[in-house]
Design a protein around this ligand. Structure first.
Ligand code: HPA
Length: 267
């Protein structure tokens, strides 16, 4: 993998954890010490990030003495990319020696008790994209043909992270099931009512392909959604991208403090 060779030349050590920053959640990037920034467009075999609020760079450095690799901006299938390409950076991370992945995203709140700006752990995921990044020949050196997804998000890591959140911030986070759709149109109120019946608590257009590949190659995953808006039909108002980015910005201080704390205590 040319991307692995290229990135290895730029970073000094194996990161303790990789973090994918979702829409409007890029402020953690400013907190990285001794930051080495690698724009995606410099990296051989890497895609370019076109979604609003996604910078398109890898950042290596230190967060509270832990070595991190941030993906500041991710890829989505609604941009026209193939699921396997969207998740390709996860394979690169594993080849760099990284064993743990924190995925974050902006999400619509399906559970009506959620409030815009609330951070929620992802405890499970529904693949409603009807696509899979593992479709096609399987490379047995990477992982099994039929990977287990019964702990697609590590239960132990979530418990440990939430315990440390409670100690530091007084309250644990809620956790919920994230349903992943293709987008890019937002959902209709009827779809959201259906998804609620199916057991979904949050909804978004990312994450699933990265999580499937991480499980394929044996990486541990922790997920955090930022509920940026109530899902369609919950409130009598239209959804907008600006609302999503604005809520991300509003919560960014708390988000940064929370993720830094989780990295410090559990990675
Ligand atoms: N639906 C889908 N994706 C989203 C939403 C939503 O309501 N909010 C942020 N990402």
């Amino acid at each position: 993998m040319k991307a692995v060779e290229y990135i290895s030349q730029k970073i000094k050590d194996v990161p303790d954890v990789a973090v994918i920053l979702g829409s409007g959640l890029s402020k953690l990037a400013d907190e990285v010490e001794e930051a080495v920034k690698i724009p995606y467009k410099e990296i051989p075999e890497f895609l370019n990030s076109t979604a609003p609020g996604h910078a398109g760079e890898l950042i290596y450095g230190y967060v509270n003495d832990k070595k991190v690799l941030l993906m500041n901006g991710r890829f989505h299938t609604y941009e026209g990319y193939k699921p396997a390409d969207v998740a390709y950076p996860i394979r690169v991370m594993k080849k760099l020696g990284i064993k743990r992945l924190i995925v974050t995203n902006a999400a619509g709140g399906i559970r009506t008790s959620f409030k815009p700006g609330e951070l929620v752990f992802i405890k499970d995921i529904i693949n409603f994209s009807f696509r899979n990044p593992l479709r096609g020949p399987n490379d047995e050196t990477e992982g099994p043909r039929f990977p287990d997804m019964s702990q697609s998000f590590s239960k132990d890591w979530l418990e440990e992270a939430n315990k440390s959140v409670k100690e530091k911030f007084g309250e644990p986070l809620e956790s919920g099931t994230y349903i992943s759709v293709l987008g890019p149109s937002y959902e209709t109120p009827a779809e959201i009512r259906m998804f609620r019946k199916l057991g979904a608590d949050m909804i978004g257009m990312s994450t699933i392909h990265e999580v499937i590949v991480a499980n394929h190659i044996g990486m541990k995953v922790l997920g955090i959604s930022c509920v940026t808006n109530m899902a369609a039909g919950v409130l009598d108002q239209p959804l907008s991208e600006e609302e999503v980015l604005e809520a991300g910005r509003r919560v960014s201080k708390h988000f940064v403090a929370l993720v830094k704390h989780i990295i410090e205590k559990t990675c």
